[in-house]
Design a binder for this molecule. Structure first.
Ligand code: TXA
Ligand code: MG
Length: 377
């Protein structure tokens, strides 16, 4: 069972960012001094590196860059997002170009408060208001019927829109300073591993964003749970930290699973996703034992491993990462681990399969997309 009460989830953040006091329901212009575009470009030029620590000044600049139709990367409690003004179709198109993402793969619009839901969606069911009240700000995305003013570029041509209020204080401050919705997919190239640190975004898209706001390491580490409430039957489109059963218990309603859905419209549901470039295999505890005994692979590969159950101290492996025991700790460092193993220039990455209980569903979903199951040796 999860330890945090749901409304506390994601409000913790990395130690390297001092959170501003949370202010809700406040109009943007009253909170932040607007800066002129010329002032902004001068400031941006002065800043040598594209990664900037999140503070009042850089948050204000990012808001201005968004108004100018530019791309910025911002931290959220799940993963870093590649943000653009969701009401500016040209800016939104730039997201697809930067990521190399097909135009029919819709984006999530981030909003500052559930009160803004009516600006983005229509025919909002009671269940959606309940979920928003309970889980926002937090790692839950809801798919609803789109408001006519939402550009088709955001929704990939669909008549639904995905919406969420993130809980990361930097994301919330940027949303309040900007005053509109921010379309933001994970800030990685298409089908690659989502970034959970500012440096990951720089590696992925450093030449394609105008600024990366550094808000430290993402606390959740996996993308948000997505629930589709646009049709009569609520459906779980993507598992995340907020689990299916938690939502079902809260709503007293059963969620359908995507397998039953004919139309797959979430790229996070594709089979290959979040994948390292190095060949990556999921293996059981027994398989790890066999490998350690030298019964497999004949030592011919330069291997790395992310272990879970097995304590490994063997020079059979060029790189060994021991994963945390608890699901939240595991999720938080999963993408960073995959990146570190990928960067180690190995022939092969092994991931020892963690438990396969409901609590681990989101982690196992991402692992299944990052790795092949190890068979036949
Ligand atoms: O945690 C997150 O959700 C992160 C942070 C940045 O907020 N964002 C994220 O975005 O993971 P992205 O683009 O990598 O994944 C968005 C997912 C995709 O699977 C997309 O298909 C789905 O949301 N989605 C967006 N709009 C949708 C819609 N109208 N109907 C169904 N799925 C939709
Ligand atoms: Mg993504």
């Amino acid at each position: 069972m999860r330890r945090n009460p749901s409304h506390d989830r994601g409000v913790h953040h990395s130690a390297d960012y001092a959170a501003p006091k949370r202010k809700r329901h406040i109009k943007t212009n009253h909170v932040v001094r607007l800066i002129r575009p010329t002032e902004c470009s001068l400031l941006v030029k002065e800043m040598k590196t594209i990664i900037q620590p999140a503070n009042k000044d850089t948050i204000r600049i990012v808001a201005e860059l968004l108004r100018q139709g530019k791309l910025v990367a911002i931290p959220t409690e799940t993963v870093y997002g590649l943000g653009a003004d969701a009401k500016n179709p040209d800016a939104v198109k730039r997201i697809f170009t930067a990521k190399g993402r097909p135009a029919n793969h819709p984006l999530i619009v981030h909003i500052s408060d559930k009160a803004a839901l009516n600006d983005w969606a229509i025919e909002i069911p009671e269940l959606a208001w309940k979920l928003a009240e309970h889980f926002w700000p937090g790692p839950l995305t809801m798919v609803l019927k789109k408001h006519p003013d939402v550009p088709m570029e955001v929704t990939g041509g669909q008549n639904t829109v995905a919406l969420r209020v993130p809980s990361h204080p930097v994301a919330l401050s940027v949303l309040q300073a900007f005053g509109g919705g921010i379309a933001a997919p994970s800030a990685n190239r298409f089908c690659r591993i989502s970034p959970t640190r500012a440096s990951h975004v720089e590696e992925e898209l450093g030449d394609k964003v105008d600024m990366i706001l550094d808000g430290g390491a993402c606390q959740v580490g996996l993308e948000s749970t997505i629930v589709d409430l646009s049709a009569a039957q609520p459906t779980l489109l993507r598992p995340g930290q907020i689990s299916k059963s938690e939502i079902e218990e809260f709503l007293q309603v059963k969620l359908e699973l995507p397998e039953n859905n004919k139309q797959i419209h979430a790229p996070g549901m594709m089979e290959v996703h979040y994948a390292p470039i190095t060949e990556t295999f999921l293996c059981t505890q027994d398989q790890v034992k066999d490998i350690l005994q030298g019964d497999a692979f004949q030592h011919q590969h330069k291997m790395g491993i992310a272990s879970y159950f097995t304590k490994i101290e063997s020079d059979l492996f060029a790189k060994i990462i021991t994963m945390p025991n608890d699901v939240d700790g595991y999720a938080q460092c999963l993408y960073g681990t995959l990146r570190a193993l990928d960067d180690a220039v190995l022939d092969l990455i092994l991931i020892e399969q963690p438990p396969q209980t409901e609590e681990w569903l989101a982690v196992n979903d991402r692992l299944a997309k990052a790795a092949k199951v190890l068979t036949n040796w």
